[in-house]
Design a protein around this ligand. Structure first.
Ligand code: ADP
Ligand code: ZN
Length: 221
């Protein structure tokens, strides 16, 4: 099964992708996570991407697309994947379509997570990320049991460099200008499900699972 998660920063793509990945036994492919990993390790890609990410701008399409092609070529994606953070503009969507066509496979579900701006800003301003396993927490909404320590793995929690008010504003503007046209792009393909994601993660997950299960029941009958 191939799933794409769309939505603004802070809409909950990463949170849902992580849960879905475990539930459905599919790899979670987050372009943001792969890029941050590259920055941390100081790879050539990381060095090129760093400044764009710090400014809240998109990393150039060629770099990100090449990175995704390599990731999708790995054997764990044979039965599908959950894509989080790609595509982020129409050019990337067209590149993805070309990749899938070449493999003769299709996207099954596109979930567009829609949250209010006030909710988004509150989520991003308080977000804490585990430096080891990547799990997300929130200072108020989802506090870790021990201060700045990951509940899952004991790793140290940190605040992302781009989760500050200024860069958040920029990321939302980039989303409006470059990513929001994707909703129309995918609406044409009739696989797009729009969900409100102001609610808690479990509630949003429930909505996603109902849609997946319903479609699968149709296929069975
Ligand atoms: P968020 O969606 O919360 O902004 P991500 O972790 O998905 O966070 O992305 C962080 C940054 O990584 C983006 O602001 C951008 O600079 C870069 N990035 C991630 N995915 C892409 C992509 N598909 N194309 C271009 N840049 C990307
Ligand atoms: Zn952890």
């Amino acid at each position: 099964m191939r799933i794409i998660l769309l939505g603004t920063p802070g809409a909950g793509k990463g949170t849902q992708a992580k849960i879905l990945s475990e539930k459905l036994h599919l790899p979670h492919i987050s372009t943001g996570d792969i890029l941050r990993q590259n920055v941390k390790q100081g790879t050539e890609l990381g060095l090129k991407a760093k400044a764009f990410m710090e400014r809240g701008e998109l990393v150039p399409d060629e770099l990100v697309t090449q990175m995704l092609v390599q990731r999708i070529a790995q054997s764990d994606t044979r039965d599908g994947f959950i894509l989080d953070g790609y595509p982020r503009n129409i050019i990337q969507a067209e590149s993805l379509d070309a990749m899938l066509l070449k493999e003769d496979v299709k996207i099954d579900f596109i979930f567009y997570l829609d949250a209010d701006e006030a909710v988004i800003i509150q989520r991003l301003m308080g977000r804490l990320v585990c430096s080891v396993c990547g799990a997300n927490f929130h200072i108020k909404n989802m506090p870790p049991k021990n201060d700045m320590v990951c509940d899952n793995c004991g790793g140290r929690l940190y605040q992302r460099d781009d989760d500050n008010r200024e860069t958040i504003k920029k990321r939302l503007e980039v989303y409006r200008n470059e990513s929001s046209p994707l909703v129309q792009y995918y609406q044409k393909q009739q696989k797009l499900y729009r969900l409100s994601s102001n609610e808690e993660p479990e509630v949003v997950l429930g909505k996603i699972m109902r849609i997946i299960e319903k479609r699968h029941d149709c296929l069975k009958n």
